[in-house]
Ligand binder design. Sequence first.
Ligand code: F0G
Length: 433
Amino acid sequence: MSSFIQRCIAPDCQTEYQIDERLYVCSRCGGLLDVVSQDTGVDAASLRELWRTRRSSLATRDRSGVWRFREFLPFADDAEVVSLGEGNTPLYDAPRSADYCRLQRLRLKHQGCNPTGSFKDTGMTVAVTQARKLGARFVACASTGNTAASLAAYAARADLPCAIIVPGGQVSHAKLAQALDYGAKVLEVEGNFDSCMSVIRELSEDGSVYLVNSINPFRIEGQKTVAFELAEQLEWRVPDHLVLPGGNLGNSSAFGKGFRELLKSGLIDRLPKITVVQAAGAAPFARFYTERESNIFLNEEHPQTLASAIKIGAPVSWPKALRAVHETGGSVITVTEQEIADAKAVIGRDGIGCEPASATTVAGIRKLAIKEDEPVVAVLTGHLLKDTDYVMKYHSRSLIAPDGERLASNFGNAPIRVSASVDAIRAVLQQHV
Ligand code: F0G
């Protein structure tokens, strides 16, 4: 195994820690931690070949779309991993979405096709593997739903008790149902995601629970491999733009780190511009990015959006996400509730189902000044079945935005009531063909 350490990302701190020190942030300055490889140089050509051949292996670690890239993960080569066969997600061509964005071509990397239906699994396999390695007795997270579902599943596989802390009444039933079925202790808190996050951080301080939110650098290690998989799917030619939703900002941090490591290792020759899209009502990062006059990151006290996965006002990983955006020359933008809802329905017309938070990407791409022939990849973070309530309301014209306005269903497709007669059905079909 190569040697790895943990290092504080604050430029004026950079304190280093052993790889198995159990901490989430720098104990000196409170900064976020990176896992850093101390290896010098890799042979890009043979690594590409090795990763390709692993795809046809029958071994769990080779088949996982995360552990297949284990040369870049901080574990011994024969480490016992907690895996549900995550990763290996499709990269779809989406011609209708491309048209909608006035592009010749748009590709969608569908992270909703993971074992629990969201991108969280790629990080959770690594975080729970680390939890077991550290001998953790209890794992926990705060969540808007997907991290919870993912942790619940991986903790069950690892036979580790787990608790998830969620904002009461604000998580989709589908996500809660997953966590309940996988046996997690589900704690519903009065308050929003940010209060859940702050309480779980405090709780984890004495070491009684192992925290697996994306502030945990091992989560980021797993999620960074999606950049590897994507680059491989594109035959190691990176797109000009990579667009993803922003909530707690772990995912954008992970893509930034993944592409940076690929570039450093000579596996790719440039970086894609990473653009983060937030819902306008829950956009502390976008505001910070555009109002550059201060160095102080102001949290949003009352974030509001129907895209409940990203209803977050105090994202913990913003310094890493900012680094990714700056390093790659990307940007941070916002989209409205109406734009999210319509983009989601357009993605659906491509035969691809995602949850509302994921649709911020296509809504955002439509607003970005991208030339029609520039290669663009959007990351869909969760599956359509994660939030069917939203979908049904949109198509039956009853989706109400947080400000009380009813959203237009510009691509609505409401069910049609019809009597059980051949003539009646034929009449309806004739109207629609
Ligand atoms: N999309 C979906 C479907 C999500 O569930 C999340 C985050 C994001 C995007 C944003 O990703 O936080 O890395 O910027 N969900 C977390 C959760 C917060 O608890 O499931 P991020």
